[in-house]
Design a protein around this ligand. Structure first.
Ligand code: G1P
Length: 279
């Protein structure tokens, strides 16, 4: 576990998961399992590994299963205590011991920027990470958030994780453009960023994926940010204000990322994690 000044990780988890209906009708999409572990648990493990101690989860209606997952189930503990099945619980038990969970509800779904602003009450005035659990990442050496923490410690400003995507897919992501800095081939100073541009308008094919480290001045900016693409308050639009002042770094991370918000990406993730579990 690394030492960092970023101690809290915010998880926006209020979305409806419409692309996974009917599976998500009565179950949060964050609880969909890849093998035997729900998506949000992979996210919490990545955040703990990056040195975060508090998981600040922005939930919504119908998301109670997330809170129950990160709590003791006395009935279950009682049933399997002393049996050969007890070890199945040890991983989640250990994880719960390593961090705190705090929750708030987003009453209206007004976009990712709005979800992050809703989490302000759990974060306060300190830098924090944001992790979108449906972007599931697997990195060979060090988790993606832990990699980003090192970048944050060096530059002390907002950091977004990026990867190259086919130009035809720019309308699915926040897209950045900027200059490589300090002779590195994976660190950009962001000059502009735009949410879900048409390929013909996209300033590059460098897409933001669901990992951010944000400084708390983002909250005041979000309060002033008007609804953008899709009628939603976009974190990309708020970050653009900081990028104009040179205060956003984009980091091309090491590792693989699966879009588990889509059925195709979800199936790829399952195959990937199955292969490594057998290796
Ligand atoms: C959100 C962000 C987008 C980012 C994406 C990463 O979009 O708005 O900028 O590229 O997450 O997954 P969403 O996928 O929630 O529409």
């Amino acid at each position: 576990m690394m030492k960092t000044t970023v101690k809290k990780c915010l998880f926006p988890a209020a979305g409806y998961g419409t692309r996974f209906l009917p599976a998500t009708k009565a179950m949060p999409k964050e609880m969909l399992p890849v093998l035997n572990k729900p998506l949000i648990q992979y996210g919490v493990e990545e955040a703990v590994d990056a040195g975060c101690e508090t998981m600040a989860i922005v939930t919504g209606r119908g998301k109670r299963a997330i809170e129950d997952h990160f709590d003791i189930s006395y009935e279950l503990e009682h049933q399997i205590k002393g049996t050969s099945k007890e070890h199945y619980l040890s991983e989640i038990r250990n994880l719960i011991c390593k961090c705190n969970f705090s929750y708030t509800r987003q009453v209206q779904m007004k976009g990712l920027g709005h979800a992050i602003l809703t989490g302000e009450i759990l974060i306060g005035q300190e830098p924090f990470a944001v992790l979108l659990a449906d972007d599931l990442c697997d990195a060979p050496n060090k988790g993606v958030l832990a990699q980003m923490m090192q970048v944050y410690e060096q530059y002390g400003c907002c950091v977004v994780a990026i990867e190259e995507v086919p130009k035809s897919q720019t309308n699915r992501y926040g897209i950045i453009a900027g200059q490589l800095i300090d002779g590195k081939d994976d660190i950009y100073r962001v000059e502009t960023m735009v949410e879900k541009p048409d390929p013909k308008d996209a300033p590059s094919n460098l897409a933001i994926i669901g990992r951010y480290i944000l400084t708390p001045d983002i909250f005041d900016i979000l309060r002033e940010t008007k609804a953008g693409v899709g009628g939603e308050i976009q974190i990309t639009d708020a970050l653009l204000e900081l990028a104009k002042k040179g205060k956003v770094i984009a980091y091309r991370f090491e590792g693989k990322r699966f879009d588990c918000g889509s059925v195709d990406g979800f199936v790829m993730a399952i195959n990937h994690f199955y292969e490594i579990s057998k290796a």
